[in-house]
Structure formats: C-alpha cells, structure tokens
Design a protein around this ligand. Structure first.
Ligand SMILES: Cc1cc2nc3c(=O)[nH]c(=O)nc-3n(C[C@H](O)[C@H](O)[C@H](O)COP(=O)(O)OP(=O)(O)OC[C@H]3O[C@@H](n4cnc5c(N)ncnc54)[C@H](O)[C@@H]3O)c2cc1C
Length: 395
C-alpha cells in the first residue's frame, strides 16, 4: 500500500486525490487537478505531466514536482531534482515544443527531473516524489456565465485571461480579473444537461465556468461589471460562493461528460475525443472548425488554455470512420496553427502517428535514439510514444 510520507513527499502509488485531501487538511494546496484525480496515481500524474482546469493558473504537474526517485530499465535506482544532469550517454532530442499547453513527446529538458516528468513511463518508473505546495486558497468564487453570441463569449475569454496567468508570471497584472480556471461548454453541451440542470437560458450559445481564488471578500462586483459590459446574459449567471454552491456548479460541470457517456452507450459506438490546444490567436479559427463538423458532436473544456475537447459522437460504423478521419484532419489543423496533438492526455499508443506528423521524422528518430539509450531492451512502455523496434507504425 503506497503511503504519503509527509506533506511534501509521497510514494508514487498514492492516489492523487487522496494526497491532495491530506495536504489540504493541513492548510496546503497541491494544484494539479486532472478529472481522474480520484482514480489516478501520483506517479502516473507525474509520468504523464497531467493537468486540469486549474492548470490555467498553475500550469501542469511539472512545476509542482521538485524531486523524484525512479527505477531505470536497468534496475538502477536513481534520484533526480532540477540540479541533476541528464547522463551524458543519453542523446537529448534537439527540438522545440509548440508554445501552447502540450503533453506530446519528450520534454526538451535540461535536467533529469524534467525529462522524467511527462515521459509516459517509457524511460523510468517513478517510485517516490517530493512536491511543491502553496497555501490553500482562503476561498474560491465559482460562477457560470452564459452568452447568446459566441464572438462576445470569446472576447470575454480574452478579457478574463488578460494578465491572469500563474502567480509570479511576468504578465500577471494586479488589476486583472485573475481567474484560476476558465472552462467552456458549447450549446450542444448545455442541451445535453437541460433536463438535469434547471433554468439554463434557452438562447445561450455557450457558457463559461469560472473559478476565482480570493482572500475573503469575493470579487463579485468586478466580475459582474465585466460580464455586463462583455454582453453576458447576466441575469442567468449562476454564482457559488460557498462549498455547497460550488458542489452544485461542479455537478453541472460533471453532468456534461456523464451525459456524453450516456449518449455513447445509446449510440452503441465509441466517441472520438480531441485533446488539441492552439495559440491564443488561433482559438476562434479552431472553434469555427469544430463547429463546422458535420457529425453529432459536443465541445467543452479548458478554453483559458485554448484547449477544448471536441467529442464526436458517431452513430454507425460509417460515421465512426468519418469521425476518425475528421479527428486527423482537425489534429493537423491544430498543428498548422502552431498547436499540439495532445495538450494533456499524452500520446500513449494511439496517437503515435499524430506525434510523428507533428514533430517530423527527424525528431521522432531522436526520440527513438533517446529511448534506445535509456532502455536498450525496450522493456518499459512498449509501443507508448514510439513503435517498438521492428514493429510497423500501424496507427
Ligand atoms: C476519466 C478520465 C479522465 C481523465 N482526465 C484527465 C485530465 O483531466 N487531465 C489529464 O491530464 N489527464 C486526464 N486523464 C488521463 C490520465 O488519467 C491521467 O493523465 C493520469 O494522471 C494517469 O494516471 P493513471 O493512474 O490513470 O495512469 P495509468 O493509466 O496507469 O498510466 C498512464 C501512463 O503512465 C505510466 N505510468 C503509470 N505509473 C507510472 C509511474 N509510477 N512511473 C512511470 N510511469 C508510470 C503508464 O505506464 C502509462 O503509460 C483522464 C483519464 C480518464 C480515464
């Protein structure tokens, strides 16, 4: 049974959500919040550099890890922090990640710790970690704002995120609205949950779920003013200032994926979900491409990071083929716009071909050279990120 060893240290098998509850009971906060946090292990969250809604403000898991213990494929136990050099025998791929939230490919690390974070279990097994914490926010205001015009909604996203970013970021502005999360739901997502969430405005074309940390007095006036000036349907705004209200809003938020899953069961076909992110300037174009999709779909997600999950919901084998083709076309569009084929879920075994298209054959060869140097017998994560030697690239 994996153990939490102290507020800032835990064994890798600890469930992330359990670790977070323990540190929060002591007044501290570990920000990474993948939706799967109550099921996923801390080690896997580190290995996959997981992120979630709060990553808008706090980034992914990477900056919150200060040290790991790991086992290499040779059986050697190593420790790494940000002063640990990458072994000279490991050829580091020279490449630049797209300047967006991304979880695709080996991180262009300059130290061993950063290389082990986000390697999807292909280079080492993480067994223990030391984490960075911040004080638990005193209070969090949550609100859902509805818009009947998507242009206004997108302009409001730009306004809400201007100067927000994470604490200490050079662009952080004290007068910013400063949300910690900005999440989006399109009209189809709202339609899916109308029967279980009463009073959703019928004219809404989209909604923003926003969380704002504060030190006691909720900055409601500033948000109200901004929403009013930004053309939101202010009378329909749902606000939660306490734990009970936040739980209600959170239920709304989680009702969407639940309703999608029910639809998938009714369709009897798997959904095809995207995980692409694009630069700020390309968000509107990417959303227009999603909206133009000629298949049943629902779009929601981390709009603050230009990272939306388009869920294609095919109803037949023919539509599934169409959905998979569309997925690839949209992935290449995201890449063409300077984005990534995976912002948070990682490449795994299914997105290798997309990674190859995103980074090109030379970088893929460099990734393979690194993997071969670290794991010559190719025993870890076979088929993850890279095809094993001798295997045809089939995806
Ligand atoms: C319902 C659902 C919701 C999700 N939501 C999010 C989300 O919001 N954000 C997000 O980023 N991801 C999300 N994910 C993806 C995934 O759950 C997370 O990235 C999570 O951190 C992985 O944890 P796990 O325990 O499920 O890992 P596993 O599925 O067990 O493993 C994932 C990968 O990590 C490797 N790995 C596991 N443990 C270790 C270790 N100790 N050392 C080295 N490698 C290891 C495995 O080999 C595998 O390649 C979601 C997944 C599901 C099923």
């Amino acid at each position: 049974m994996a153990r939490v060893l102290g507020p800032t240290e835990a064994e890798a098998g600890v469930i992330l959500g359990e670790y977070q509850r323990q540190v929060e009971a002591g007044g501290a906060f570990f920000p990474p919040d993948p939706t799967s946090r109550n099921e996923c292990s801390l080690g896997a969250a580190i290995a996959c550099n997981s992120s979630g809604a709060r990553s808008f403000r706090y980034g992914p898991t990477r900056p919150w890890v200060s040290w790991v213990e790991a086992v290499l494929p040779t059986g050697e136990i190593i420790e790494a922090d940000r002063s640990t050099p990458i072994p000279a025998a490991w050829p580091m791929p020279g490449w630049t990640e797209p300047d967006v939230k991304t979880a695709a490919g080996y991180f262009p690390a300059t130290n061993l710790l950063d290389l082990l974070i986000g390697q999807e279990g292909t280079l080492a097994v993480i067994t223990r970690a030391r984490l960075r914490l911040v004080p638990l926010p005193e209070a969090v205001l949550s609100l859902v704002a509805f818009f009947d015009d998507e242009v206004l909604l997108l302009a409001f996203v730009d306004q809400a995120r201007a100067g927000a970013r994470r604490p200490g970021h050079p662009d952080a502005r004290p007068d910013a609205l400063n949300p910690r999360a900005i999440e989006y739901f399109d009209a189809r997502a709202l339609d899916l949950v109308r029967d279980r969430v009463p009073d959703l405005p019928p004219t809404a074309v989209g909604a923003l779920f926003i969380e704002v940390e504060h030190a006691g007095e909720a900055p409601l006036d500033a948000w109200w003013e901004a929403l009013d000036a930004g053309g939101a349907l202010v009378d329909a705004t749902i606000v939660a200032e306490d734990e009970t209200g936040r739980a209600r809003l959170s239920a709304l938020r989680h009702a969407v994926p639940a309703a999608i899953n029910e639809q998938v069961v009714r369709n009897g076909m798997p959904k095809v979900g995207t995980d692409f992110a694009v630069p700020d300037a390309a968000l509107a174009e990417m959303m227009a491409a999603y909206a133009a999709v000629d298949l049943p779909h629902v779009c929601f997600g981390h709009i603050g990071d230009n990272h939306l999950h388009l869920n294609l919901l095919p109803r037949s084998d023919a539509e599934l083929v169409q959905a998979r083709a569309l997925y690839r076309t949209l992935a290449m569009k995201a890449v063409g716009l300077g984005g990534t084929v995976s912002a948070e879920h990682g490449i795994g075994k299914l997105k290798r071909a997309l990674l190859a298209e995103m980074v090109g054959p030379q970088v893929m060869a460099a990734f393979a050279a690194l993997k071969a140097a670290v794991d010559p017998a190719w025993i870890l994560g076979r088929g993850t990120l890279l095809p094993p030697p001798g295997a045809a690239q089939r995806d």
